[in-house]
Design a protein around this ligand. Sequence first.
Ligand SMILES: [Zn+2]
Length: 261
Amino acid sequence: MIVTKFNGISFLQFPNLISFPDLGHGVFTRCGGFSKEPYMSLNVSHGVGDDSDVVEQNRAVVSMCMDGNELIFARQVHDTGVVIISDNVASQPGIHTGDAMISNIGNKMLVIKVADCQSVLIYDPVKKVAANVHSGWRGSIKNVIGCTVMSMQERFDCSPSDLVAGISPSLGPCCAEFINYEREIPEKFRKYRINSDHFDFWRMSEDQLRSAGLRESNIYSSKICTKCNTTLFFSYRGEKNTGRFASVIGLKRNSWKGQKK
Ligand SMILES: [Zn+2]
């Protein structure tokens, strides 16, 4: 991935998403925020026990790096609900619940909070639609990725072959140990089992994106394991009581050509 620096804050960008002029995106690390241990320091989650004023300060840092665009969060519940933020359905202030967000409006940066789960950023440069998917192991076996691509087709007329996707730093096959996999992971996903009880969820997501119709050449997986890199990223498996880093995608403020009220 490409390291971008803005006002002293470093974040990562996908090489296949960086060149679209209307798109803003970034995967932030845990560095550069204001939170104290164990949330040190750029924690963007209000749900982990951190001081809420400090979380808001951290979110302001992320927004500043995204050119001041508004950040949109959802209550992530490890399911397949998709939140649509479009020119037809006005975005409501307050809390959305869902594990994927899709938007075609400028100045709406969709944020997934991450500590081991994957954030999968998806962009349609033809229809100018951005999506962010939260896919932990529960989301993976429910194929929240496929559900999101389906919604992009149904609601925004996207062609999957146009879509470009990036898979964020997340729990790698080195650390995705499931000692109860016979109970937790359905039979059809056992082909992703490596060694005795480790699973390759990165490959599963790549396969789900391909099955949804994306071209292989349009998929980029960061292949950075959060648990192996806890100095840079929050890891739930590595640390339990910890923060969440931000993975962000959205159309920039001035890119929206939709109807104004
Ligand atoms: Zn690892």
